[in-house]
Design a protein around this ligand. Sequence first.
Ligand code: ZN
Length: 299
Amino acid sequence: MPPYGEFIFGHEYAGEVVAVGSTVDEFRVGDRVVVEAHMGCRRCENCIRGLYTACLNFGNARRGHRANGFTTNGGLAEYALNHVNTLFRIPDAVSYEEAVVVMTAGSPLYGLERAGGYFAGETVAVLGPGPIGLMAVQLVKALGAVRVVLTGTRAGRLQLGGELGADVLVNSREEDPVAAVRAATGGRGADVTIDCAGGDDTFDQAIKMTKPGGRVILVAFYHGPVTADVADAVRRNLTIYTERGEGGTSVGRALALLEAGRIQAKPLVSRVFPLAAVHEGFEVAEKRIGDPIKVIFQP
Ligand SMILES: [Zn+2]
């Protein structure tokens, strides 16, 4: 990330097209668009193979890489320059607020794709009922999972997870989440476990609550090194997937799922502030005042 002051941050944003480049015929002035953060360099071997969120020139603007709002001007700028590759037209029936939240669904959807994208008849455990976890619950249901166990520490978020499709809610402050998932699966463990929490102990929990031969998907960013019983994962032949960002044009596909009514975004929009109240909005988000899921700024 360049030093603060060299760019204006905000990587989850939507807006109106006010000008287009001379070769652009995909979008017109006035189009409503939502942005995905990652713009690969289009010249390294990973980008050529479609793995643009793992671009080998990540952060190298001279070679064409952009991470909108991370290395270049993003959502809090008055105007932001975006490559057409990173834009998705917002359907008429979808609000800016919903579109921004759908951008959040891009990451778990890409993680699900990396893990095979097929969950028919399976039981999935999701750790962490934050915006990513609440989207993961909805996405695995849309992709055929029959049962979702959601674990977390905040009752309000767990309840929302239940309203969005989670079948079993586990408050990990009150009960052992590994034992709860085992109990909910007749002792064998989840077919797939998705860590959207990124806690010090959630990687270890994810391993232990997954059945032998099952899959673990790591979506969260951990704060630092974490301890997990990886030997247990080896002995029981688990497959561990990682994912970086909303690769695979997942934002566009999540937007299509929203438009088709397969996932919801509105319940995740907790507070909307005018840009003039930006400090108040950040305080609400940072101090978790009223436990907001997503805080959104409007011009
Ligand atoms: Zn690249």
